[in-house]
Design a protein around this ligand. Sequence first.
Ligand code: IVH
Length: 675
Amino acid sequence: MERSTAEYKIKELSAEIEKHNHTYYVLDKPIISDFEFDKLLEELIDLEKKYPDLLSPNSPSQRVGGAITKTFKSVKHKYPMLSLSNSYSEVDLIDFDRRVREGLGHKDGDLFSNLVQYVCELKFDGLSVGLTYHDGELLHAVTRGDGERGDDVTTNAKTIRSIPLKLTGYFPKEFEIRGEIYLPRPVFEAINKEREEIGDAPLANPRNAASGTMKMQDSKVVASRKLDCFLYNLIGDDLPFDNHFASLNAAKSWGFKISTHVKLVNSINEVLQFIHHWDKKRLDLPFDIDGIVIKVNDYKQQLQLGFTAKSPRWAIAFKFKTEQVSTELLSISYQVGRTGAITPVANLKPVALGGTTVKRASLHNADIMEKLDVRVGDQVFVEKGGEIIPKIVGVDLQKRKPHTQRTTYITECPECGSKLEREEGEANHFCPNDSACPPQVKGRIEHFVSRRAMDIDSLGAETIEQLNKAGLVKNIADLYDLKKEDVVNLDRMAEKSAQNLIEGIEASKKIPFERVLYSLGIRHVGETTAKKIAKKVKTLDLLVKASKEELLGIDEVGETIAESIAAYFSKVENKELIHRLKKAGLQFELSEAQQQAGSSKLEGLSIVISGVFNKFSRDQLKDMIELNGGKNSGSISGKTSYLLAGENMGPEKLKKAQSLGVKIISEDEFLNMIS
Ligand code: IVH
């Protein structure tokens, strides 16, 4: 292809890809499938590789990440990034309205000059960012920082698909737009589920997760986190609008994601109605809000009202109350998780909160406990935030009884007495005795037998506890030495359940290699990573011998995972375990069929499975999709390539597939595709 043709093609592809980013991530109405989208992007990336000088800093290819930010440059804000004053009650808001009217010189009873319109908006709970555009191109993204200076996070911001890199329509030559970067709640929950599976401490809440992510050095990881961004404040020297509402509508037409829940109202009473509505409805939103923002709409009126040193006089935030109660702290206990992480837990005098009785609450970690100076016998404040587990947020010092003792954090494991360790940069303490500390041992066995791992469903937590206490099962390899005679004598174990247990263990010997690998519970090796490793390395022997470089060459394996794998296989007790498991007959390599079945025939395709099938189980079909390079996804969207339909499929799924124009294929058609 000639250079000039390539240049034209790059422009055309970039515009088309950005259009699809907009329809998918801003308008939530995709018009092409994932597969088609990825093809366009691949084509663009190929051309840019051939003509590197044609790669523009705002090419949609930059959204996949890859660039590393070693240190985030500190930048001065052109317009200081102020915050809002807060209000907590209706009286505060009525007072705000009065101050606004007085500031504008309105007099009671003066009907004609009395009109103040307010814009009501959701107060997004994330991290604020200022985006600067020149000639319709994103130039900088800067965090709030101290309000005067912030950090340049442009590279990471470009990975957020709803932030336009190039604008459309008629926009001012130069302006800044501010908004909030946030992590949608379902994404946050998925990340934590995955972290739990691989033994990482969960992220505290979506806000911390979002700001932590924006400060990551590797933009590829940022891209994978699926952050989003609502914009809410347009700033510039000569903006062609006379009110805020009009500016938001215009920004929407240039491609920005503006919330659909913005309302222009004519009185403070309507503001209160808006607040009542969202106080109830906010839990239905797929993202967190912590209040409502109220802004005077008219720019002239805003100018007239001006600013205090810290915040505008023309706007105010109304903060929702998080329900909080106080109760007595009876004692503190320390839980040890599967990976040895210690969690301090407050045992409370039972108290009603948010519809349930709360007896226990999280005390976070040693640092927070020390900062709160929380002591047994104190009256503590308990809150139920976005998280499911209630937490202690403070101590009522006025009610502190005399002679209470300062809390000292434990230094030894409450379960096995080992000296606790704390790695640099980690918030939690750890018990290092992973081979003999009971909750760690039991936790690892529970993980090993769980449904997505070895699927020995006849073995529940209670039986594991019994077997462990009886000295029969101290590690996962011991399971394969169990005999029916050993088990049948346990409490509450009948002949039939003992038989089921032994059969379940026997059947697990057929579980494929990638699931065995996941079952071992190597830290940071979740289901997806285990699959990728198994597919690439093929046998456990080769994995044990693999160099760090070889491991790093596998998709999804970074330094942390590579180091964790090496550490696991270097331990003598793990080598011994593997030896015994192998002797017991577990699958430590991909089956012949799997080795041959692997292809890239379904590369880039996203397939949803629904219904019951004749030839294969759903799990087998899922494995086949993945072995052939495809992606199995749970729900139908515009990005779905095929719906693999069996018998008795849900009518909703069928309807959705038809309405989105997703192709529906039978089991036989699918088998033909991969044959
Ligand atoms: S307007 C001059 N609108 O709340 C103030 N802020 O303390 C401009 N926020 O720092 C801010 N949602 O991070 C505005 N719809 C919204 C908002 C919002 C969230 C955040 C923002 C700001 C803080 C106010």
